[in-house]
Ligand binder design. Structure first.
Ligand code: ADP
Ligand code: MG
Ligand code: ZN
Length: 631
């Protein structure tokens, strides 16, 4: 919060100079007007003829000189202004009145002047002041306009003069009072962050051991789940400064500014160590290079490259941890998530039933709620909602209660607030209706049961019907028991069967299929196609690969059609083989699930109720069911 006050002299100096020059020139213009009588060229010639002028100064485009009394009288007569001599006398205060006329192209002017013996001299037009006005002034005006527009554009960046100076706000500890007490429902993420806190508290301990600490921690999760909050809580828990910047702050109009900011941010962090650098919305700068449809923003790439090189040249042991948050990890540049950069990913997922209750508890801490209000019931009514939604609900409810002149927030205020927030969310397609929820529960249970039944697949880690991301309404998470580099044909086939499990469960239970399996089918098809085309795993086609080296996409489309190096007949066979593999996987899933419909029912019902099933719980259901069967 300690941003230095912008130096006003530096910022407004240009404006002061411009205003001064403008005033000067106006003054000059008016005083010149005051000191001379403007006459036309014809009047001037006439006055020359009657010898009414003297001491002429002839320049390239004007003539000035003094008006003799004879001339003044003549002018008064010509202009039919009898009081002209008096006015001029007053204005010029006993000096000879000065006139000025615009000069016309006049061949015999000189002859005329010589004839009448009038003294005259010629001057070069430009005095220093006129040249200043003629050249410097427009130039300054241009600069002024330029400055003005860029300040408008870069106003978010604090103007031209502060460009490149990082806007990282240094939150000193007493300002970041956020701790883990203020975060709920993301216990796993908290657990993973504890090591980081430990390190920030006593970097020396880790320096001695010389262990390899994570440099970058990436918080991944849907919007509103508390990523920003969690990052600040880490700083709060460790009691270190927290320098936070949003990815979009780096993206600037000016070339090189984003990169300068990154440099600046890291330099400041080194001074303040131990501390946390937090880059919110990393995707704004971290988008994969060359992903932009315009092919344009080199600037973002510069920033990204700077960030990468700063991270590389960074010694973690000094006690600086770089944290970042994104809700779109899939579009990040692969270079960003390589080891040594943001290599530790922490999932900040949508909260479970219990998590939602805890979050509601946190947000109702400072609110008077009536004793009969039940936060558990509220949590049960808000599946799929994230922390910010719940905070919003509590706030709405408090406002409603106040409007209804109540002394505490009651259940119906909460209910009304939920309805209101849900209505907003439904537009964004994030809350499922009960029917959808049921379908998703059976679908996910289907995946999980097939995964548990087949020998080569990874054990189920967790099944959830809490929607996450944009596409997925639920998920079944399997944890590999070991690192794999090779996969056998059986394993691939088992994997495909698991993917089919979701759809098969829907078929069996509802006699109907939904669009929910689209991603499963996509992935299964991908596997099947690779098996046939790349790995030569099709019995029918034999050990042969049809995969050419991948060319850039545009080349491919330019060269095809007709660039396939196999015949149409083979293409048909490939398609048939892929379809056969998929059908077989479907049948295998069906065999598994049909064998024991009851366990599907039972597990799905429990999942529907609890929203999340840990792998252990699922296996318990399976075991107890097996015992019931044999008993
Ligand atoms: P994100 O950065 O993931 O989009 P934020 O951290 O900005 O989400 O969360 C916005 C607000 O929602 C927080 O300030 C907090 O009030 C509330 N909130 C979100 N998640 C949680 C949570 N897990 N526990 C408590 N409050 C939360
Ligand atoms: Mg955020
Ligand atoms: Zn699925």
């Amino acid at each position: 919060m300690t941003e230095p006050p912008p130096s006003s002299m530096a910022r407004y100096g240009v404006w002061y100079v411009l205003a001064l020059i403008l005033l000067l020139s106006i003054f000059q213009y008016y005083s010149a007007m005051q000191q001379s009588v403007e006459i036309s060229y014809s009047e001037f010639r006439h006055l020359v003829q009657i010898k009414g002028v003297d001491d002429l100064v002839v320049s390239t485009d004007s003539i000035t000189g003094s008006l003799l009394p004879k001339g003044v009288d003549e002018l008064a007569k010509e202009r039919k202004k009898p009081d002209l001599p008096q006015t001029l006398e007053k204005q010029f205060d006993k000096k000879k009145p000065i006139f000025s006329a615009v000069r016309l192209e006049d061949q015999d002017l000189v002859k005329l002047l010589a004839k009448d013996n009038i003294s005259y001299r010629a001057v070069q037009e430009k005095t220093w002041l006129t040249s200043l006005l003629a050249w410097v002034f427009p130039f300054l005006l241009l600069i002024g306009i330029w400055v003005y527009f860029f300040r408008k554009i870069g106003s978010g960046a604090g103007g031209l003069m502060t460009v490149g100076k990082s806007k990282a706000k240094v939150y000193v500890q007493d300002e970041t009072k956020v701790t883990f007490q203020d975060v709920a429902g993301v216990e796993e993420a908290e657990e993973e962050l504890k090591e980081i806190i430990e390190f920030l508290k006593t970097p020396a301990k880790f320096q001695v051991l010389g262990g390899n600490l994570p440099k970058g921690v990436l918080l991944v999760g849907p919007p509103g789940t508390g990523k920003t909050l969690l990052a600040r809580a880490v700083a709060g828990e460790a009691g270190v400064p927290f320098m936070s910047l949003s990815g979009s702050d780096f993206v600037e109009m000016f070339v090189g500014v984003g990169a300068a900011r990154v440099r600046d941010l890291f330099a400041t962090a080194q001074e303040k160590a131990p501390c946390i650098i937090f880059i919110d919305e990393l995707d704004a700068i971290g988008k994969a290079r060359g992903l932009s449809p315009m092919g344009g923003p080199e600037e973002r790439e510069n920033t990204l490259n700077q960030l990468l090189s700063e991270m590389d040249g960074f010694d973690t042991r000094k006690g600086v941890i770089i944290m970042a948050a994104t809700n779109r990890p899939e579009i990040l540049d692969p270079a960003l998530i390589r080891p040594g950069r943001f290599d530790r990913h922490i999932l900040v997922d949508r909260p479970s039933l219990k998590g939602r209750e805890d979050i509601l508890k946190i947000h109702t801490r400072n609110i008077k709620i009536s004793p009969e209000a039940n936060l558990h019931t509220l949590a049960a009514r808000t599946p799929g909602m994230v922390g910010s939604d719940l905070a919003n609900i509590v706030n709405e409810a408090a406002l409603l209660a106040a409007r209804r002149n109540k002394s505490s927030v009651e259940m119906d205020d909460f209910e009304a607030a939920i309805d209101r927030v849900v209505a907003g969310l439904e537009k964004r397609n994030r809350v499922m209706n009960p029917r959808e929820k049921e379908i998703v529960a059976y679908h996910e249970t289907g995946h999980a049961l097939v995964a548990e039944a087949l020998p080569t697949t990874d054990r189920v880690h967790r099944v959830s019907i809490i929607p996450r991301g944009i596409g997925a309404l639920g998920y079944t998470m399997q944890l590999p028991t070991e690192d794999r580099y090779l996969m056998t044909k059986t394993e691939l086939e088992d994997r495909m069967a698991v993917m089919m499990g979701g759809r098969v469960a829907e078929e069996l239970t509802f006699n109907e299929i939904s669009t929910g399996a689209q991603n499963d089918l996509y992935r299964a098809t991908d596997i099947a196609r690779s098996m046939v085309r790349e790995y030569g795993m099709s019995e029918h086609l034999g050990p042969i690969t049809f995969e050419r080296e991948r060319r850039p996409l545009f080349l491919d489309t330019m060269l095809s059609p007709g660039s396939k190096d196999y015949s149409e007949a083979t293409a048909l066979e490939i398609d048939q083989e892929v379809a056969a593999l998929l059908n077989r996987a479907h049948q295998r899933a069906k065999d598994v699930l049909e064998k024991d419909r009851e366990v599907l029912e039972k597990a799905a019902k429990i999942l529907l109720e609890k929203e999340v099933l840990e792998g252990e719980e699922l296996r318990e259901i399976l075991n107890s069911h097996g015992q019931e069967q044999t008993a």
